[in-house]
Write a new protein. Structure first.
Length: 275
């Protein structure tokens, strides 16, 4: 198992080289940059240069980038950034923000980017696929990166809808980012054969709490069984919140134990955990 972590764990702080260095010293080589402002100010080009230089100097694996989907512009005011906005000028503004974040590729190679389709609780409309196709084509043309579409709690981003979009669009280099916390809210228990990466966190089944694994009610033995059967080979990227970097070591050990048991003998594993 390969573990990584999103800078979202420090979402209340600004991403700086010092913050990234603290994450590296905590034992994480694979890092996902959470590109929502003001957490990561991707409008600051010197910052992007310094981040790129830091990854190069430390010879770390290429980071992934969670593309922006919201901006906190005040204590209680937020601006949504959605490439599926019904109004064209808002879609174009969202794509402009995404491209600003992708200017990071001028300074460091990205392993992939994670993309939200719509906002939480959005209903499905077939035109969403047209907007998504146009946006992803532009992302690929602009930065040449693989795009991982994340399942989020709306009617557009279920695993089934993402798979449908992959089929009808015939776009290359599209994968799925399986978010375990969102999957818990959505009741997803299968269909992870095309997952290329994960966001790993927990909740109590009623809201998106971004807890560390085993702190909520997600059935981790069953999820590990699903991923093993799906022959999942991607990284496990922690997306917990709360600054508790040290907690990752204990969580890693518990997940590794489950993974070892499931891959060693799936039948014994099912008996042990009554699956």
């Amino acid at each position: 198992m390969e573990f990584g972590i999103s800078t979202q764990i420090h979402r209340g702080k600004a991403v700086t080289v010092d913050l990234l260095e603290a994450i590296r010293k905590a034992g994480y080589d694979r890092i996902e940059l959470f590109a929502n402002r003001p957490h990561l100010d991707f409008h600051d080009r010197p910052l992007l240069r310094s981040i790129g230089r830091w990854f190069t100097e430390n010879a770390l694996p290429s980071p992934s980038l969670h593309l922006p989907f919201i901006e906190n512009i005040g204590p209680k005011e937020r601006r949504l950034i959605s490439i599926l906005e019904p109004e064209r000028r808002h879609r174009e503004a969202a794509i402009d923000e995404v491209k600003r974040a992708l200017e990071l590729t001028d300074h460091v190679t990205l392993s992939y980017v994670v993309l939200h389709l719509g906002n939480p609780r959005d209903s499905f409309n077939p035109v969403a696929f047209d907007y998504a196709y146009a946006a992803i084509s532009e992302i690929r043309s602009f930065a040449g990166v693989d795009v991982m579409i994340e399942n989020i709690p709306n009617e557009i981003s279920t695993i089934e809808r993402i798979e449908e979009f992959k089929r009808v669009s015939e776009l290359e280099s599209i994968g799925i980012c399986y978010d375990t916390g969102h999957g818990h809210l959505q009741g997803i228990t299968s269909g992870l054969e095309h997952a290329g990466t994960t966001h790993v966190h927990d909740n109590h089944g009623d809201k998106d709490e971004h807890l560390w694994p085993f702190d909520g009610t997600l059935d981790w033995p069953r999820l590990i069984e699903t991923l093993v059967i799906a022959k999942y080979k991607g990284p496990f990227v922690f997306e917990a919140r709360g600054d508790e970097l040290s907690k990752g070591s204990e969580v890693k050990e518990r997940l590794e134990e489950l993974w070892y048991e499931a891959t060693n003998s799936i039948e014994e594993y099912r008996l042990k955990y009554k699956l």
